[in-house]
Design a protein around this ligand. Structure first.
Ligand code: C2E
Ligand code: SIN
Ligand code: SIN
Ligand code: SIN
Ligand code: FE
Ligand code: FE
Length: 392
């Protein structure tokens, strides 16, 4: 029974958890996970939670990387983080079919042997570990898309095989993982995205738009509030909040003589100004990151109008992405409520009157209604993130 290379060689055979112990394990880990922002640590807690729940020797949480069509894990008990093709091995099989895999003797199971040269067994050969029993349970995000899988290897009880009850418990852990991981991944991505943007901006030259800082912060917060009010799923609201500040990124390419002109623009100047939408789109559209893809949409469509008279494409009604329709009103509200080099701030009443006039003209009527419904919070944000008292 002893195998010097196995992680289990010093472990005592164990008893399955009582329901009380099970609850304790689940509560401990979910509390830890709720406080984590690092994807690597969340994955580690999740792997450990699965392992402790069903007394497996090893447990890994795999995620699909849509950019490379690979499955990856940053933690796998006993092995370094690894990447495998999305269709490789039993994990690949489970995520492709959306069905769990239940194996009680890996080396005599025909289906498993077929995959011997791939996935988990390749790892066995590298590490000298011997896979006997295995459970793989795919999990989905809040939209029902499969985003990864739980994999448990080798049972530490006398039975040495997983039971149907283990499968149910791992499914419980998997459903929790699916619900939690997407938002963690999103937060993880913020930092990388910011680096990418800074780099992109650096390529064009330093940012010259004066409307950074608090303007960008307010537009993000307004957009988020309106999106929530419209009943858009949380994760998409978060996405919009991160992406909407980039709506005017194309202004970095607009000459100072136009961007900072104290007076009204001529028609020619305004034609140049309008290109900030297509320029921003061009800068962001090629990224594979969801945040930057969303930002590309917002940069492109935030000056479109519900009545089709906006720019650059003249899209109409719901042809305009909902994120474009939301950012449009958030941006105009902030532009009007603030001093600009070319105008003084407007009184709130005057802004609200314009919004009523522009309901179904410039703006989506439902978005205007959502804006009105959260006006108290919007005013709170405006007051909280005030500009300093100068325009240059
Ligand atoms: P911005 O300052 O961020 O303004 C965003 C949008 O808010 C404007 O998009 C417009 O829809 C609305 N807005 C801003 N100020 C006013 C206003 O006084 N009256 C009304 N009714 N709406 C207002 P728009 O018009 O497509 O302009 C895009 C950008 O072009 C502006 O962004 C600003 O950077 C620049 N811009 C527009 N007009 C002028 C101008 O007369 N002088 C200068 N220097 N820049 C201008
Ligand atoms: C831990 O509990 O995280 C260390 C043990 C392991 O990863 O197998
Ligand atoms: C990941 O979450 O690591 C891959 C997805 C991405 O880079 O957008
Ligand atoms: C939503 O989930 O309602 C916004 C996304 C979209 O319009 O495609
Ligand atoms: Fe703009
Ligand atoms: Fe703006």
């Amino acid at each position: 029974m002893r195998n010097e290379n196995s992680m289990e060689h010093e472990q005592q055979r164990k008893e399955d958890l009582t329901p009380e112990q099970m609850l304790k394990v689940i509560f401990e880990y979910t509390a830890k996970i709720a406080n984590e922002r690092s994807l690597t640590r969340v994955l580690k807690h999740m792997a450990n939670m699965g392992r402790d729940m069903i007394l497996s020797d090893r447990c890994s949480v795999w995620l699909i990387d849509p950019a490379t069509d690979e499955l990856y894990t940053t933690v796998a008990h006993g092995v370094e983080g690894i990447r495998i093709p999305k269709n490789a091995g039993l994990v690949g099989h489970a995520v492709q079919t959306g069905m769990p895999v239940f194996i009680d003797n890996a080396y005599t199971n025909a289906e498993f042997r077929e995959m011997l040269d791939k996935g988990a067994v390749a790892v066995d050969q590298r590490t000298g570990y011997r896979t006997k029993a295995m459970l793989v349970v795919p999990f989905r995000n809040n939209e029902g898309v499969t985003i990864g899988a739980y994999q448990a290897i080798n049972k530490l009880t006398d039975a040495q095989v997983f039971s149907p009850q283990d499968l149910q418990y791992l499914e419980l852990a998997a459903s929790y993982a699916g619900k939690s991981l997407e938002s963690v991944m999103l937060h993880q991505e913020i930092e990388e995205t910011q680096k990418e943007i800074i780099y992109t901006m650096g390529e064009i030259g330093e940012s010259r738009s004066k409307e950074t800082g608090n303007h960008v912060k307010r537009v993000a917060e307004y957009s988020y509030l309106i999106a929530k009010r419209l009943g858009i799923p949380d994760e998409e609201c978060e996405l919009l909040k991160i992406a909407s500040p980039m709506h005017d990124i194309g202004k970095v390419a607009i000459p100072d003589s136009i961007l900072k002109k104290p007076g009204k623009l001529t028609d020619e100047e305004f034609d140049i100004m309008k290109t900030h939408t297509t320029i921003g789109y061009g800068l962001l559209k090629n990224s594979s990151r969801r945040i930057l893809k969303t930002a590309a949409i917002v940069a492109y469509e935030h000056h479109e109008k519900w009545n089709g008279k906006g720019y650059p494409l003249g899209l109409q009604g719901t042809e305009i992405h909902i994120f474009g329709r939301i950012t449009a009103i958030a941006d105009v509200f902030d532009a009007l409520a603030s001093d600009r080099v070319y105008k003084k701030a407007w009184e709130l009443d005057r802004i609200l009157q314009l919004f009523q006039e522009e309901r179904e003209q410039h703006f989506d009527p439902e978005v205007v209604d959502a804006f009105m419904d959260c006006l108290p919070e919007i005013i709170q944000i405006r007051d909280q993130y005030q500009d300093k008292m100068h325009t240059e």
